[in-house]
Design a protein around this ligand. Structure first.
Ligand code: AHR
Length: 307
């Protein structure tokens, strides 16, 4: 049973059920909450015993949780790595213990791909690219410089690295598009608000905000409104995720474009847990399907949006 944030205690007597040890990044965003719910609900539905640990944004907590799962001899370990690097040692420990590891949502930069069975999640570079391509099209008739500010996700995380890269590649198509400031807001509303306040103070002319997730965009909305500017008009806003609150802001015309990142990875993960524990071969990479939203599309999608 769960105890506080984690239930990494001793493994109960074997009841024949598969046991999955899952280390979650934290609870930094609406996306993350939806992802946690998806994992918990689908473990129950699949009859898999879930040991869940919330790392509160700290890599060392994730490493401790993984080591606990190894000690408890769980059948499979899955985790969403907070940052990309620094996982080789603990992944090797899991491999030596004969416990298969599945990466969900975020990947690691380990050169040795045999350290994990598969990586299931989005193509973050593509999300950044789609965001940049929308802007290139939107500003194709602009004559002067278009000043962009960027709110990056957690420093060192795969989505922050990749979304920045994809966006930069796409906007290179128009030399008028200039990123004048780029800083981390750690994927949180509070972070987005605080950094946007600094951006607004330091830069009299901001035309566009690219936020690496909805939550930072939502925090930035408050800063923009407080500065007497109209979000979505004076400053165009592009975000990533498409959680309900973000979609509502888009439908209301406060955001202008969202590239989707789906948190609903639970059902696919449970399926893979069953397969790897039977020793079945699974693909090394499983990419999540996702789209993009304009305000009109957000209006249409909102009534049936699940998260
Ligand atoms: O790894 C996925 C990212 O992490 C989501 O885009 C963001 O909202 C979350 O915190």
């Amino acid at each position: 049973a769960a105890c506080g944030n984690s239930d990494t205690g001793d493994k109960p007597a074997d009841d024949g059920k598969l046991t999955l040890g899952f280390s979650q990044v934290g609870a930094e965003s609406g996306w993350r909450t939806a992802n946690t719910n998806s994992i918990k609900e689908s473990a129950t539905a699949a009859g898999i015993e879930l040991k869940f640990d919330d790392a509160q944004g700290k890599q060392e907590n994730q490493i401790t949780a993984i080591r606990n799962y190894i000690q408890q001899k769980v059948d499979v370990i899955a985790f969403s790595p907070v940052v990309e690097s620094g996982w080789d040692t603990v992944l090797k420990e899991a491999k030596d213990a004969g416990i298969p590891v599945i990466l969900t949502d975020r990947s690691v930069d380990s050169a040795d791909k045999s350290l994990y069975k598969t990586f299931i999640g989005s193509d973050f570079v593509k999300e950044g690219k789609l965001s940049g391509e929308w802007l290139v099209n939107e500003t194709k008739s602009a004559t002067g410089t278009v000043n962009i500010v960027e709110l990056q996700g957690t420093t060192g995380s795969a989505p922050a690295n990749d979304r920045k890269k994809g966006f930069a590649e796409a906007i290179a198509a128009n030399p008028n598009l200039k990123v004048i400031a780029s800083q981390t807001g750690d994927f949180t509303r509070a972070g987005g608000k605080a950094v946007m306040e600094q951006f607004l103070k330091a830069n009299p002319k901001i035309d566009v905000l690219f936020a690496h997730n909805d939550d930072m965009g939502l925090g930035a909305l408050e800063a923009i409104t407080a500065a007497g500017k109209v979000p979505g008009k004076d400053i165009k806003i592009i975000t990533i995720d498409a959680v309900k609150d973000g979609m509502q802001a888009l439908a209301d015309g406060k955001f202008n474009f969202i590239a989707e990142c789906s948190p609903l990875l639970g059902p696919q993960l449970m399926d893979l847990v069953k397969k790897v524990s039977k020793g079945e071969t699974i693909p090394q990479r499983i990419e999540t399907e996702e789209g993009t939203f304009t305000p009109e599309q957000a209006k249409a999608a909102l009534p049936t949006r699940k998260y």
